[in-house]
Design a binder for this molecule. Structure first.
Ligand code: ZN
Length: 206
């Protein structure tokens, strides 16, 4: 599967914006990651930086754009696959960068900062509402969300990305994290669930 641009949206769930002391945005906050940040969760060890402060997990629904997006394109026509992903974030570094007004790239774009489950066929926006997505860390559910809690829905995100940057086959979108983000440690086992179904697991090495 050929992945091109990795777009991400920040603060797309109100309770998560609040837990970090951020205001709820009036328009979507976008950032992106280099493709070198990508890896797939295949029961392997995933190595993360050891010398840059706390690393937080952010569990997110990831959309795969399968067709060129045009004016008026509908989500269900252009999104062909989906997965779950972790948007790993160097939180101390991100706070520092934010305070200086610097870009987030170093806090969000490091190697292995985007861990994806395998993609599956997109069932349609309506159908996505029927499943919560959740992250289990060492046997405990630490994050759980549903797209109904999003501030900007899939269609709004896609409209904005299309207008501002263009969207085409192979682009993927991290659609934001629900509350419950928190630090990871060496040897943590992370498992991503779509409803009751396990979609991917991996172990962290730091
Ligand atoms: Zn995120």
């Amino acid at each position: 599967m050929n992945i091109r641009n990795i777009f991400c949206i920040g603060r797309n769930y109100a309770d998560h914006a609040k837990e970090l002391g951020n205001t709820v945005p009036k328009s979507p906050i976008f950032f992106s990651k280099p493709t070198h940040s990508l890896t797939f969760a295949n029961r392997q060890e995933v190595s993360l930086p050891s010398d840059k402060g706390e690393i937080h997990h952010e569990l997110e629904i990831v959309l795969y754009i399968g067709k060129k997006v045009k004016d008026g394109s509908q989500v269900d026509d252009v999104v062909t696959k989906m997965s779950l992903g972790i948007d790993f974030t160097l939180r101390n570094l991100q706070t520092k960068l934010k305070n200086h007004g610097y870009p987030w790239l170093r806090a969000k774009g490091f190697r292995n900062s985007a861990v994806l489950t395998n993609f599956w066929d997109f069932p349609g926006t309506q159908s996505c509402q029927l499943n919560d997505f959740s992250l289990v860390k060492n046997g405990e559910t630490v994050q759980s969300g549903n797209i109904q809690e999003m501030i900007f829905d899939f269609q709004t995100i896609i409209n904005h990305l299309h207008n501002e940057f263009g969207l085409d086959e192979g682009d993927i979108i991290f659609t934001g994290t629900p509350e419950g983000v928190g630090p990871v440690s060496n040897q943590d086992l992370l498992i991503m669930f779509w409803g009751e179904q396990e979609k991917g697991r991996f172990v962290i090495t730091i």
